[in-house]
Design a binder for this molecule. Structure first.
Ligand code: DX5
Ligand code: ZN
Length: 224
């Protein structure tokens, strides 16, 4: 089975927002920083928008993996690509024209990524895999850090892995929500290769050690 090398993306949702600069430096051994943008409409929480993300883009030692939990991403997502973000993820449930939007993101120089909430089915989206660089499967209901991993999503991770391998397209498979040193093994075995972790990284006594532990468990579960 073809598999990307595993990547750890700490989520700054669990960082201390008053010390964002230091909190970004603390995760520099990770592969990218996961930036959760929430609009209090698509999800019942509000974080930050373009001015703050722009500053994170300027200062971050790592590439930005921006997760937009917002309504009307067709309108708002392209400006995040314009900031130079490595990857921009919009939600399938919120997008009016996901194929057009994915193409727009790529045209503006970022990776195009689409997220599915835990109860959103894969089937209607599998034909558009070649339009995507990453598929994000939420393993909690989006909105808050610190929730428990939803095992119910595991069959969907397996199905997505199969579809990606079958498509021949290079699409990373990301999981987000409740990722710990235990649940990362479950997700990795099911076929995920990119792992977001908020509270299990920033809640740890040593952030760098937490990243290394997650990486080790994921690699071990994948078998390389
Ligand atoms: C939740 C966000 C996640 C969040 C994950 O809606 O999309 O990125 O930070 O936090 P943990 O790892 O604590 O579940
Ligand atoms: Zn997220």
């Amino acid at each position: 089975m073809s598999r990307h090398t595993c990547a750890i993306h700490p989520s700054i949702l669990s960082a201390d927002f008053l010390r964002l600069g230091e909190e970004l430096q603390a995760i520099k051994t990770a592969d990218a920083v996961h930036v959760d943008v929430m609009d209090q409409h698509f999800v019942p929480n509000l974080t930050f928008g373009p001015p703050v993300v722009k500053r994170i883009q300027d200062e971050s030692p790592l590439p930005l993996d921006i997760h937009l939990m917002i309504e009307d991403p067709d309108r708002w997502a392209p400006e995040y690509a314009d900031m130079g973000a490595y990857s921009v993820t919009f939600h399938a449930e919120a997008a009016t024209a996901p194929i057009r939007l994915a193409r727009e993101l790529r045209a503006r120089g970022s990776k195009a990524s689409m997220a599915l909430r835990p109860a959103t089915g894969l089937d209607s989206y599998m034909d558009m895999l070649p339009e995507l660089d990453m598929l994000l499967l939420m393993t909690v209901e989006p909105g808050f850090g610190g929730q428990a991993f939803l095992d119910v999503v595991v069959p969907k991770i397996r199905a997505a892995r199969k579809a990606i391998d079958g498509s021949g397209a290079q699409v990373a498979l990301q999981v987000d929500g409740g990722v710990t040193t235990e649940t990362i093994r479950i997700a990795a075995e099911a076929g995920a290769d990119t792992f977001v972790a908020g509270s299990s990284v920033y809640g740890a006594e040593d952030v760098a050690v937490a990243i290394e532990n997650l990486r080790r468990e994921a690699r071990d579960a994948i078998g390389h």
